[in-house]
Design a protein around this ligand. Sequence first.
Ligand code: SAH
Length: 378
Amino acid sequence: MVADARLDLLSLDLRGCEALAQSLGCKPFHGRNLFKWMHKHGVDDCEAMTDLPRTLRTRLAETTRIGRLGVAAEQPSADGTIKWLLELDDGQRVEAVLIPEARRTTLCVSSQVGCALSCAFCATARQGFNRNLDSGEILAQVRHAVRRLGKAPSNIVLMGMGEPLANFDAVVTATEVMRDDLAYMLSKYRVTLSTSGIVPGIYRLAEVSDIALAVSLHAPDNALRDQLVPINRKYPLEELIPACRAYLRGDKRRRITWEYVMLDGVNDSIAQAKALIRLLEGTPSKVNLIPFNPFPDSGFDTSPPERVEAFRQRLLRAGLVATTRKTRGDEIAAACGQLVGRVRDRTRRLARAPASIAVRAGAGQHLAVRADPAPSRP
Ligand code: SAH
Protein backbone atom coordinates (compact mmCIF):
# COMPACT_ATOMS: atom_id res chain seq x y z
CA MET A 1 0.00 0.00 0.00
CA VAL A 2 1.43 3.39 -0.96
CA ALA A 3 0.82 6.03 1.68
CA ASP A 4 -0.63 9.33 0.50
CA ALA A 5 2.16 11.88 0.99
CA ARG A 6 -0.14 14.92 0.95
CA LEU A 7 -0.53 16.80 4.23
CA ASP A 8 -3.31 15.35 6.37
CA LEU A 9 -5.42 18.36 7.40
CA LEU A 10 -6.59 16.44 10.47
CA SER A 11 -3.08 16.66 11.88
CA LEU A 12 -3.41 20.46 12.24
CA ASP A 13 -4.84 22.17 15.26
CA LEU A 14 -6.74 25.44 14.95
CA ARG A 15 -3.59 27.55 14.74
CA GLY A 16 -2.17 25.18 12.17
CA CYS A 17 -5.25 25.60 9.98
CA GLU A 18 -5.06 29.38 10.31
CA ALA A 19 -1.38 29.36 9.37
CA LEU A 20 -2.06 27.10 6.41
CA ALA A 21 -4.81 29.39 5.09
CA GLN A 22 -2.45 32.34 5.38
CA SER A 23 0.34 30.51 3.63
CA LEU A 24 -2.07 29.93 0.75
CA GLY A 25 -2.86 33.64 0.50
CA CYS A 26 -6.09 33.62 2.52
CA LYS A 27 -7.13 34.96 5.91
CA PRO A 28 -6.78 33.19 9.28
CA PHE A 29 -10.57 33.02 9.58
CA HIS A 30 -10.66 30.88 6.46
CA GLY A 31 -8.44 28.43 8.32
CA ARG A 32 -10.84 28.63 11.24
CA ASN A 33 -13.72 27.76 8.96
CA LEU A 34 -11.76 24.87 7.48
CA PHE A 35 -11.14 23.53 11.00
CA LYS A 36 -14.83 23.82 11.84
CA TRP A 37 -15.91 22.07 8.66
CA MET A 38 -13.67 19.12 9.45
CA HIS A 39 -14.35 18.72 13.13
CA LYS A 40 -17.73 20.28 13.84
CA HIS A 41 -19.47 19.29 10.65
CA GLY A 42 -17.49 16.16 9.85
CA VAL A 43 -17.00 17.19 6.21
CA ASP A 44 -14.40 15.23 4.23
CA ASP A 45 -14.34 17.08 0.97
CA CYS A 46 -12.89 20.58 0.73
CA GLU A 47 -15.17 21.32 -2.23
CA ALA A 48 -18.14 21.10 0.13
CA MET A 49 -16.71 23.84 2.38
CA THR A 50 -18.81 26.50 0.74
CA ASP A 51 -17.59 29.54 2.64
CA LEU A 52 -13.96 29.04 1.65
CA PRO A 53 -12.73 30.96 -1.40
CA ARG A 54 -12.76 28.83 -4.51
CA THR A 55 -9.00 29.23 -5.01
CA LEU A 56 -8.34 27.95 -1.49
CA ARG A 57 -10.59 24.96 -1.98
CA THR A 58 -8.75 24.06 -5.17
CA ARG A 59 -5.33 24.43 -3.57
CA LEU A 60 -6.38 22.33 -0.60
CA ALA A 61 -7.75 19.62 -2.83
CA GLU A 62 -4.45 19.51 -4.73
CA THR A 63 -2.01 19.60 -1.87
CA THR A 64 -3.78 18.15 1.15
CA ARG A 65 -6.10 15.40 2.21
CA ILE A 66 -8.41 14.66 5.11
CA GLY A 67 -7.32 11.35 6.58
CA ARG A 68 -9.80 8.57 6.95
CA LEU A 69 -9.37 5.20 8.60
CA GLY A 70 -10.59 2.01 7.06
CA VAL A 71 -12.84 -0.14 9.21
CA ALA A 72 -11.28 -3.59 9.21
CA ALA A 73 -13.83 -4.87 11.72
CA GLU A 74 -16.67 -3.63 13.86
CA GLN A 75 -17.68 -5.69 16.87
CA PRO A 76 -20.78 -4.70 18.79
CA SER A 77 -21.23 -6.19 22.25
CA ALA A 78 -24.51 -7.05 23.97
CA ASP A 79 -23.92 -4.24 26.50
CA GLY A 80 -23.78 -1.62 23.72
CA THR A 81 -20.01 -1.33 23.60
CA ILE A 82 -18.60 -1.22 20.07
CA LYS A 83 -15.02 -2.07 19.24
CA TRP A 84 -13.50 -1.05 15.95
CA LEU A 85 -10.38 -2.37 14.36
CA LEU A 86 -9.29 0.62 12.30
CA GLU A 87 -6.84 0.45 9.45
CA LEU A 88 -4.16 3.08 8.93
CA ASP A 89 -2.67 4.08 5.58
CA ASP A 90 0.24 1.69 6.01
CA GLY A 91 -2.07 -1.27 6.61
CA GLN A 92 -1.43 -1.52 10.34
CA ARG A 93 -4.40 -1.58 12.64
CA VAL A 94 -5.35 -0.03 15.94
CA GLU A 95 -8.42 -0.44 18.06
CA ALA A 96 -10.91 2.11 19.38
CA VAL A 97 -13.83 1.40 21.68
CA LEU A 98 -17.09 3.28 22.19
CA ILE A 99 -18.76 2.73 25.55
CA PRO A 100 -22.32 4.08 25.84
CA GLU A 101 -23.69 4.52 29.35
CA ALA A 102 -26.84 6.06 30.74
CA ARG A 103 -25.56 9.60 31.05
CA ARG A 104 -22.41 9.59 29.00
CA THR A 105 -20.69 8.00 26.07
CA THR A 106 -16.98 7.39 26.41
CA LEU A 107 -14.67 6.89 23.48
CA CYS A 108 -11.38 5.12 24.12
CA VAL A 109 -8.72 5.86 21.50
CA SER A 110 -5.27 4.49 20.70
CA SER A 111 -2.14 6.63 20.57
CA GLN A 112 0.41 4.17 19.15
CA VAL A 113 0.56 1.07 16.97
CA GLY A 114 1.32 -1.42 19.72
CA CYS A 115 3.22 -0.36 22.80
CA ALA A 116 6.90 -0.33 23.70
CA LEU A 117 6.29 -0.89 27.40
CA SER A 118 5.93 -4.37 28.78
CA CYS A 119 3.25 -4.27 31.45
CA ALA A 120 2.93 -7.89 32.51
CA PHE A 121 -0.87 -8.14 32.35
CA CYS A 122 -1.59 -6.19 29.13
CA ALA A 123 -2.48 -7.76 25.79
CA THR A 124 -1.25 -4.77 23.78
CA ALA A 125 2.20 -5.17 25.33
CA ARG A 126 2.43 -8.64 23.82
CA GLN A 127 2.07 -7.20 20.33
CA GLY A 128 5.28 -5.25 20.42
CA PHE A 129 5.58 -1.72 19.07
CA ASN A 130 5.70 -0.28 15.60
CA ARG A 131 5.19 3.47 15.57
CA ASN A 132 3.45 6.50 16.96
CA LEU A 133 0.15 7.63 15.53
CA ASP A 134 0.18 11.21 14.31
CA SER A 135 -2.41 13.64 15.64
CA GLY A 136 -4.50 13.20 12.49
CA GLU A 137 -4.68 9.46 13.04
CA ILE A 138 -5.76 9.97 16.64
CA LEU A 139 -8.44 12.45 15.58
CA ALA A 140 -9.55 10.23 12.71
CA GLN A 141 -10.61 7.71 15.40
CA VAL A 142 -12.72 10.45 16.98
CA ARG A 143 -14.25 11.45 13.64
CA HIS A 144 -15.05 7.84 12.92
CA ALA A 145 -16.90 7.47 16.23
CA VAL A 146 -18.73 10.77 15.79
CA ARG A 147 -19.92 9.69 12.38
CA ARG A 148 -21.11 6.38 13.74
CA LEU A 149 -22.71 7.90 16.87
CA GLY A 150 -24.22 10.90 15.14
CA LYS A 151 -22.74 13.25 17.75
CA ALA A 152 -19.56 13.85 19.71
CA PRO A 153 -18.88 11.46 22.61
CA SER A 154 -19.18 13.10 26.02
CA ASN A 155 -15.80 11.77 27.20
CA ILE A 156 -12.62 10.72 25.47
CA VAL A 157 -9.99 8.63 27.19
CA LEU A 158 -6.51 7.91 25.85
CA MET A 159 -6.61 4.37 27.18
CA GLY A 160 -6.42 2.36 23.97
CA MET A 161 -3.26 0.90 22.49
CA GLY A 162 -0.04 2.66 23.34
CA GLU A 163 1.57 4.93 25.92
CA PRO A 164 0.28 8.46 25.23
CA LEU A 165 3.16 10.28 26.92
CA ALA A 166 5.61 8.42 24.70
CA ASN A 167 3.92 10.17 21.76
CA PHE A 168 3.78 13.55 23.42
CA ASP A 169 3.36 16.16 20.68
CA ALA A 170 0.78 14.30 18.63
CA VAL A 171 -1.24 13.46 21.73
CA VAL A 172 -1.21 17.04 23.01
CA THR A 173 -2.27 18.42 19.62
CA ALA A 174 -5.07 15.86 19.37
CA THR A 175 -6.34 16.61 22.89
CA GLU A 176 -6.37 20.34 22.10
CA VAL A 177 -8.62 19.67 19.14
CA MET A 178 -10.86 17.46 21.30
CA ARG A 179 -11.27 20.40 23.66
CA ASP A 180 -11.60 23.15 21.06
CA ASP A 181 -14.93 25.00 20.96
CA LEU A 182 -14.81 24.93 17.18
CA ALA A 183 -14.39 21.14 17.25
CA TYR A 184 -15.56 18.65 19.91
CA MET A 185 -15.95 21.09 22.81
CA LEU A 186 -14.95 18.70 25.59
CA SER A 187 -14.02 20.25 28.93
CA LYS A 188 -10.69 19.52 30.60
CA TYR A 189 -12.45 17.10 32.91
CA ARG A 190 -13.75 15.05 30.01
CA VAL A 191 -10.52 14.32 28.21
CA THR A 192 -8.38 11.87 30.18
CA LEU A 193 -4.86 10.80 29.43
CA SER A 194 -3.82 7.52 30.99
CA THR A 195 -0.13 6.91 31.50
CA SER A 196 1.93 4.06 32.88
CA GLY A 197 3.94 6.74 34.70
CA ILE A 198 6.45 8.44 32.41
CA VAL A 199 7.55 11.01 34.98
CA PRO A 200 9.23 13.61 32.70
CA GLY A 201 6.17 13.42 30.43
CA ILE A 202 3.89 14.26 33.37
CA TYR A 203 5.92 17.41 34.16
CA ARG A 204 5.95 18.37 30.48
CA LEU A 205 2.22 17.84 30.19
CA ALA A 206 1.63 20.13 33.16
CA GLU A 207 3.38 22.91 31.24
CA VAL A 208 1.05 22.77 28.25
CA SER A 209 -2.20 21.14 29.33
CA ASP A 210 -4.64 20.62 32.17
CA ILE A 211 -6.60 17.62 30.95
CA ALA A 212 -7.47 14.90 33.46
CA LEU A 213 -4.67 12.52 34.35
CA ALA A 214 -5.06 8.83 35.09
CA VAL A 215 -2.05 6.82 36.19
CA SER A 216 -1.70 3.05 35.95
CA LEU A 217 -0.49 2.29 39.44
CA HIS A 218 -1.40 -1.39 39.97
CA ALA A 219 0.91 -1.90 42.96
CA PRO A 220 1.52 -0.07 46.26
CA ASP A 221 5.29 -0.69 46.41
CA ASN A 222 8.27 -0.60 44.07
CA ALA A 223 9.12 -4.29 44.35
CA LEU A 224 5.77 -5.39 42.93
CA ARG A 225 5.35 -2.45 40.55
CA ASP A 226 8.78 -3.18 39.06
CA GLN A 227 7.35 -6.54 38.02
CA LEU A 228 3.91 -5.46 36.82
CA VAL A 229 4.74 -2.09 35.24
CA PRO A 230 8.46 -2.35 34.39
CA ILE A 231 8.79 1.38 33.57
CA ASN A 232 8.70 1.70 37.37
CA ARG A 233 12.35 0.62 37.41
CA LYS A 234 13.15 3.85 35.59
CA TYR A 235 10.59 6.08 37.33
CA PRO A 236 9.91 4.62 40.79
CA LEU A 237 7.05 5.60 43.07
CA GLU A 238 9.08 8.20 44.99
CA GLU A 239 9.39 10.13 41.71
CA LEU A 240 5.98 9.29 40.27
CA ILE A 241 3.85 10.43 43.20
CA PRO A 242 5.40 13.94 43.47
CA ALA A 243 5.08 14.38 39.69
CA CYS A 244 1.37 13.58 39.91
CA ARG A 245 0.88 15.96 42.83
CA ALA A 246 2.66 18.69 40.93
CA TYR A 247 0.34 18.06 37.97
CA LEU A 248 -2.67 19.06 40.09
CA ARG A 249 -1.08 22.43 40.90
CA GLY A 250 -2.98 22.65 44.15
CA ASP A 251 -6.33 22.95 42.32
CA LYS A 252 -8.80 21.60 44.87
CA ARG A 253 -11.30 20.50 42.26
CA ARG A 254 -8.87 18.15 40.62
CA ARG A 255 -7.47 14.77 41.55
CA ILE A 256 -5.48 11.96 40.05
CA THR A 257 -7.29 8.83 38.98
CA TRP A 258 -5.21 5.80 39.94
CA GLU A 259 -5.93 2.73 37.90
CA TYR A 260 -5.40 -0.47 39.84
CA VAL A 261 -5.98 -3.75 38.03
CA MET A 262 -7.06 -6.44 40.49
CA LEU A 263 -4.93 -9.54 40.00
CA ASP A 264 -5.83 -12.60 42.02
CA GLY A 265 -3.30 -13.21 44.76
CA VAL A 266 -0.86 -10.66 43.35
CA ASN A 267 -1.90 -7.18 44.47
CA ASP A 268 -5.33 -7.58 46.05
CA SER A 269 -4.69 -8.25 49.76
CA ILE A 270 -5.84 -6.05 52.64
CA ALA A 271 -2.20 -5.45 53.56
CA GLN A 272 -1.70 -4.06 50.04
CA ALA A 273 -4.81 -1.89 50.41
CA LYS A 274 -3.27 -0.43 53.55
CA ALA A 275 0.03 0.17 51.78
CA LEU A 276 -1.87 1.91 49.00
CA ILE A 277 -3.62 4.16 51.52
CA ARG A 278 -0.25 5.17 52.96
CA LEU A 279 1.20 5.77 49.51
CA LEU A 280 -1.61 8.09 48.43
CA GLU A 281 -1.85 10.03 51.66
CA GLY A 282 -1.87 13.74 50.93
CA THR A 283 -2.51 13.34 47.18
CA PRO A 284 -6.06 14.16 46.01
CA SER A 285 -7.00 10.81 44.56
CA LYS A 286 -9.63 8.59 43.11
CA VAL A 287 -8.79 4.91 42.93
CA ASN A 288 -10.36 3.01 40.08
CA LEU A 289 -10.20 -0.73 40.68
CA ILE A 290 -10.24 -2.58 37.38
CA PRO A 291 -11.13 -6.26 37.48
CA PHE A 292 -8.40 -7.91 35.43
CA ASN A 293 -9.64 -8.69 31.94
CA PRO A 294 -8.18 -12.03 31.00
CA PHE A 295 -6.74 -12.92 27.61
CA PRO A 296 -5.19 -16.18 26.46
CA ASP A 297 -1.99 -17.16 28.26
CA SER A 298 -1.92 -14.01 30.35
CA GLY A 299 -0.78 -15.97 33.38
CA PHE A 300 -3.03 -13.94 35.69
CA ASP A 301 -6.49 -14.46 37.12
CA THR A 302 -9.18 -11.98 38.02
CA SER A 303 -9.61 -11.33 41.74
CA PRO A 304 -12.90 -12.70 43.06
CA PRO A 305 -15.53 -9.93 43.30
CA GLU A 306 -15.71 -10.19 47.09
CA ARG A 307 -11.98 -9.55 47.38
CA VAL A 308 -12.27 -6.53 45.08
CA GLU A 309 -15.09 -5.23 47.26
CA ALA A 310 -13.18 -5.83 50.51
CA PHE A 311 -10.19 -3.97 49.05
CA ARG A 312 -12.46 -1.10 48.00
CA GLN A 313 -14.16 -0.93 51.39
CA ARG A 314 -10.76 -0.66 53.06
CA LEU A 315 -9.89 2.31 50.83
CA LEU A 316 -13.26 3.95 51.50
CA ARG A 317 -12.78 3.59 55.25
CA ALA A 318 -9.57 5.54 54.94
CA GLY A 319 -11.48 8.34 53.20
CA LEU A 320 -10.32 7.61 49.67
CA VAL A 321 -12.70 7.82 46.74
CA ALA A 322 -12.71 4.32 45.27
CA THR A 323 -14.79 2.82 42.51
CA THR A 324 -14.78 -0.51 40.76
CA ARG A 325 -14.78 -0.22 37.01
CA LYS A 326 -17.61 -2.05 35.44
CA THR A 327 -16.16 -4.32 32.83
CA ARG A 328 -17.64 -3.45 29.48
CA GLY A 329 -17.34 -5.22 26.20
CA ASP A 330 -15.38 -8.07 27.69
CA GLU A 331 -16.99 -10.75 25.56
CA ILE A 332 -15.66 -8.98 22.46
CA ALA A 333 -12.22 -8.45 24.02
CA ALA A 334 -12.82 -4.70 24.05
CA ALA A 335 -12.12 -4.26 27.73
CA CYS A 336 -9.06 -2.52 29.17
CA GLY A 337 -5.83 -4.12 28.15
CA GLN A 338 -7.35 -6.47 25.60
CA LEU A 339 -6.75 -4.35 22.53
CA VAL A 340 -4.41 -5.95 20.06
CA GLY A 341 -4.80 -4.38 16.62
CA ARG A 342 -2.32 -5.56 14.03
CA VAL A 343 1.22 -4.54 14.78
CA ARG A 344 4.32 -5.23 12.77
CA ASP A 345 6.57 -5.50 15.76
CA ARG A 346 9.83 -3.59 15.44
CA THR A 347 10.95 -4.26 18.97
CA ARG A 348 11.40 -8.01 18.67
CA ARG A 349 9.44 -8.28 21.85
CA LEU A 350 9.31 -12.05 21.70
CA ALA A 351 13.04 -12.42 21.43
CA ARG A 352 13.61 -10.00 24.28
CA ALA A 353 10.71 -11.02 26.49
CA PRO A 354 11.74 -11.62 30.09
CA ALA A 355 11.56 -15.30 30.90
CA SER A 356 8.67 -14.83 33.28
CA ILE A 357 6.50 -13.28 30.58
CA ALA A 358 7.53 -15.77 27.93
CA VAL A 359 6.63 -18.59 30.28
CA ARG A 360 3.33 -17.05 31.25
CA ALA A 361 2.47 -16.57 27.61
CA GLY A 362 2.83 -20.28 26.94
CA ALA A 363 6.12 -19.83 25.09
CA GLY A 364 4.55 -17.04 23.11
CA GLN A 365 2.22 -19.19 21.12
CA HIS A 366 -0.70 -16.85 20.83
CA LEU A 367 1.69 -13.99 20.24
CA ALA A 368 2.99 -15.56 17.13
CA VAL A 369 -0.54 -15.95 15.86
CA ARG A 370 -1.70 -12.45 16.68
CA ALA A 371 1.27 -10.35 15.66
CA ASP A 372 2.64 -10.10 12.16
CA PRO A 373 6.16 -11.40 11.82
CA ALA A 374 8.70 -8.72 12.65
CA PRO A 375 10.06 -7.09 9.49
CA SER A 376 13.74 -6.37 9.23
CA ARG A 377 14.58 -2.92 10.51
CA PRO A 378 14.62 -0.22 7.84
N1 SAH B 1 -0.42 3.00 28.36
C1 SAH B 1 -1.41 3.70 29.10
C2 SAH B 1 -2.81 3.64 28.52
C3 SAH B 1 -3.34 2.32 27.99
S1 SAH B 1 -3.90 1.06 29.06
C4 SAH B 1 -1.41 3.25 30.54
O1 SAH B 1 -0.66 2.36 30.87
O2 SAH B 1 -2.11 3.84 31.34
C5 SAH B 1 -5.35 1.57 29.86
C6 SAH B 1 -5.51 0.89 31.23
O3 SAH B 1 -5.85 -0.50 31.13
C7 SAH B 1 -4.23 0.94 32.05
O4 SAH B 1 -4.50 1.26 33.38
C8 SAH B 1 -3.75 -0.49 31.94
O5 SAH B 1 -2.85 -0.80 32.95
C9 SAH B 1 -5.05 -1.25 32.03
N2 SAH B 1 -4.94 -2.64 31.61
C10 SAH B 1 -4.03 -3.18 30.78
N3 SAH B 1 -4.26 -4.50 30.63
C11 SAH B 1 -5.33 -4.79 31.36
C12 SAH B 1 -6.09 -5.99 31.57
N4 SAH B 1 -5.77 -7.12 30.96
N5 SAH B 1 -7.16 -5.92 32.39
C13 SAH B 1 -7.52 -4.76 32.96
N6 SAH B 1 -6.87 -3.60 32.78
C14 SAH B 1 -5.79 -3.61 31.99
